[in-house]
Design a binder for this molecule. Structure first.
Ligand SMILES: Nc1ncnc2c1ncn2[C@@H]1O[C@H](COP(=O)(O)OP(=O)(O)O)[C@@H](O)[C@H]1O
Ligand code: SF4
Ligand SMILES: [Mg+2]
Length: 356
């Protein structure tokens, strides 16, 4: 199955990256509670036809980053800093109207749980048609035809019948396809997929990822893939940003990241993923502790309590400054004082010893 080329949207035609995020921060300020910084100085860019992965354990700030990019965070109780430029247009602080016009028309998002994103009491066809009517200059009849075509394009069999069905009548995989069809309805220049396959079984997951890959190749859509699963990254992403406790701690091209992880956290993530080339029955090595075992970045490296390579200078009191994100060769950035020298061994153990 192949997706035909889609006409480009109105906005985001300027040269340069489709999406440019610079020093993005998100702070939750609930009354009576200390402010929580969920995203802290995150920067990345996505070109047309490129897939960029944001990876990290649950709670590291992936979803909050994507909601901030889409302008979907509530204004009350949330402070967003930094810059998000879409096709050269600044979105941080942009009027709600601007953001609403862009969403659906030029940038779209697919969430983990399609059921919660679809209206349970409205047939699938009506939901896809409504998106088309809202954002494209088409008649109701044309929109209905296009909805059928879209469902067919995302691999939903017998789309004419499916259009009349309600979300609960579709399987999880079909619901996710329907959601992707809605996202495609307006030929977005940017698609953010937040754990789109997490709730699906492995076979369906592979099909959905293939669908997204075809979309990027055939339409030049810029795709931000958000996942906790490095397996998803391996099959899809050109460039990967690994997040920990609200910050990017390693950025690299996908091949380089897998062949030569430099951050102990990235090494730990890789060591905890089953590998086809690994020794049979080789034990996987989960990262010790949980994401809750962090220290504030202001006190040093947030990963230090879980890091086998931590030394005294990983803590601010000793080093005098928090661990910065620095260039580590071309096209690679790293936030670590004692990076890994070697990739994880075939047995899944992390690289032993840190570069001194
Ligand atoms: N509405 C909110 N109010 C306060 N804290 C929040 C809110 N939403 C998310 N957070 C916090 O922000 C952090 C990042 O969350 P999230 O982006 O959802 O993580 P991920 O998607 O990586 O699993 C978490 O610590 C979470 O508890
Ligand atoms: S800065 Fe130190 S504690 Fe943090 S990941 Fe690197 S070695 Fe580990
Ligand atoms: Mg999330």
């Amino acid at each position: 199955m192949s997706i035909e080329a889609l006409p480009a949207g109105e906005a985001a035609r300027a040269d340069g990256p489709v999406l440019q995020v610079d020093d993005l921060s998100v702070t939750f300020t609930r009354r009576g509670e200390a402010p929580t910084r969920a995203v802290d100085g995150v920067s990345f860019a996505v070109d047309a036809g490129e897939t960029v992965g944001l990876v990290g354990e649950s709670g590291c700030g992936k979803s909050v980053t994507s909601l901030a990019v889409m302008g979907l965070l509530p204004r009350r109780g949330v402070r967003v800093g930094g810059s998000v430029r879409f096709g050269g247009v600044e979105l941080v602080g942009a009027p709600d109207r601007t953001l609403r016009d862009l969403r659906g028309a030029d940038m779209a998002m697919v969430f983990q749980d399609p059921l919660s994103s679809l209206n349970p009491v409205v047939p699938i066809g009506t939901q896809v048609t409504e998106v088309l009517l809202e954002h494209r200059d088409v008649s109701r009849g044309e929109a209905a035809d296009e909805a059928t075509r879209l469902l067919d394009r995302v691999g939903i069999p017998d789309p004419g019948r499916r259009l009349k069905e309600y979300p609960h009548q579709l399987s999880g995989g079909m619901r996710q396809r329907a959601l992707i069809a809605m996202a495609l309805a307006c030929s977005p220049r940017l698609l953010i997929a937040d754990e789109p396959t997490t709730a699906l079984d492995v076979t369906i997951q592979a099909q959905i990822l293939e669908l997204l890959r075809e979309l990027v190749v055939d339409t030049g859509t810029a795709l931000v893939m958000i996942t906790h699963d490095l397996g998803v990254v391996a099959g899809l992403c050109d460039r990967v940003h690994v997040m920990y406790a609200g910050r990017i701690i390693e950025s690299a091209d996908r091949h380089d990241l897998f062949a030569r992880p430099r951050h102990p956290y990235t090494g730990g993530l890789l060591a905890s993923v089953p590998r086809l080339d690994g020794a049979r029955g080789a034990p996987l090595t989960p990262i010790r502790g949980s994401a809750r075992d962090t220290i504030p970045w202001a006190e040093g490296c947030a990963f230090a309590p879980r890091c086998d390579h931590a030394q005294d200078d990983c803590l601010t009191e000793v080093s005098g400054s928090t661990v910065p994100l620095e260039h580590d060769g071309p096209a690679r950035e790293l936030r670590c004082r004692h990076p890994l020298r070697r990739p994880p061994s075939a047995t899944g153990a992390t690289a032993s010893g840190a570069a001194r």
